[in-house]
Design a protein around this ligand. Structure first.
Ligand code: ASN
Ligand code: ZN
Length: 320
């Protein structure tokens, strides 16, 4: 119903009630809170073209397509994390539609944000069995948020930060859906998406980077959790999916020290730091500084939270 009203305003401008429904107002309900995602889920039909055939858009009931419904529900949860917890209206902060394609290519073992939409492979059934899992959906959507928050260049430390921040919000979306306290969370990214051919439980672990899988085909999960193990490589854009283990683990430690619900104070600190960063080439140390400023803003100078955050960064080898 809200959506119909919004469309009416969007197409007719100032409405008969004398109010002006500008962009800002479009995603706000009567009480002024952010409310409404604008989801558009497409079927890639196992082809490479994006976005593919539109199968379900905002307000449509389920048509019984499991992949489509997982993408739709997941996008809703991630929208709600950013809107309700951090006051952000969609990925760009201005209500942009959440466009996703499921069944992208055949046997495709990945999911990605392409700069304007999400795309999910089905996996080949051996290495991966699906990518439609909430922490993965949140990860891809967070890439959109990062892009629209000044960006982080996708190589070396700034690229690993980009990856880590995507993991953080992916994990927060999942913890929030499950209503978990910090100590109840498993801190896994992509739990259950690995196929029967792989010996492992998830794609990554923020609690214990390097332990998510150990396999003949994939090898040992290569993530470090301390700067001593920082990997300098030209693979993977400079190890962006590897060294992300370090800031991931700092976030995990901070959450554990603080306790409670991770998407609350710790999530707010990370979100605020991302909004304030303004440095696409940021290093881990730059990011740690920015999170310290954000924690100081939110919890107060000299607060216990800032002490705990400094301790978390120190434990992973980043002294600030
Ligand atoms: N799944 C990967 C990611 O979102 C895809 C990529 O490496 N671009 O990080
Ligand atoms: Zn990523």
């Amino acid at each position: 119903k809200l959506r119909d009203e919004r469309n009416e305003h969007a197409t007719t401008g100032p409405g008969p009630h004398g109010d002006f429904a500008g962009l800002e107002a479009q995603a706000r309900s009567d009480d002024g809170s952010l409310c409404c995602p604008d989801r558009r889920i497409h079927d890639g039909e196992f082809k490479a073209a994006l976005p593919g055939r539109l199968l379900r858009q905002e307000g449509d009931p389920s048509a019984g397509d499991r992949d489509v419904d997982l993408a739709y529900d997941g996008a809703g949860d991630v929208f709600s994390l950013f809107a309700e917890e951090y006051g952000r209206n969609s990925l760009d902060g201005a209500g942009m539609p959440l466009i996703a394609t499921v069944r992208h290519r055949r046997n495709y073992n990945n999911a990605f944000w392409d700069g304007s939409q999400m795309a999910y492979g089905t996996g080949d059934g051996q290495v991966f069995r699906t990518f439609l899992e909430l922490s993965v959906i949140g990860h891809e959507m967070a890439h959109g948020v990062i892009q629209h928050s000044g960006g982080l260049i996708y190589e070396n430390q700034s690229g690993a930060l980009n990856e880590s921040i995507a993991d953080v919000f992916g994990s927060l979306a999942l913890q929030r859906r499950l209503g978990q306290q910090v100590h109840e969370a498993d801190w896994l990214v992509g739990r259950g998406i690995l196929g029967p051919g792989i010996n492992g439980t998830a794609l990554r672990s923020m609690k214990a980077p390097g332990t998510a899988y150990a396999d003949d085909m994939l090898g040992q999960d290569p993530q470090p959790w301390h700067m001593d193990q920082f990997l300098t490589t030209s693979d993977d854009n400079g190890g962006v999916h590897i060294n992300s283990g370090i800031p991931n683990h700092a976030f995990y430690l901070f959450c554990n020290y603080v306790g409670g619900r991770s998407w609350e104070l710790p999530g707010r600190v990370w979100y605020r730091a991302l909004q304030r960063l303004n440095n696409p080439m940021a290093t881990f140390a730059d990011w740690a500084d920015q999170t310290m400023s954000a924690a100081t803003d939110l919890a107060g100078p000299g607060s216990f939270e800032t002490v705990l955050l400094r301790r978390a960064w120190k434990l992973v080898g980043i002294g600030i």
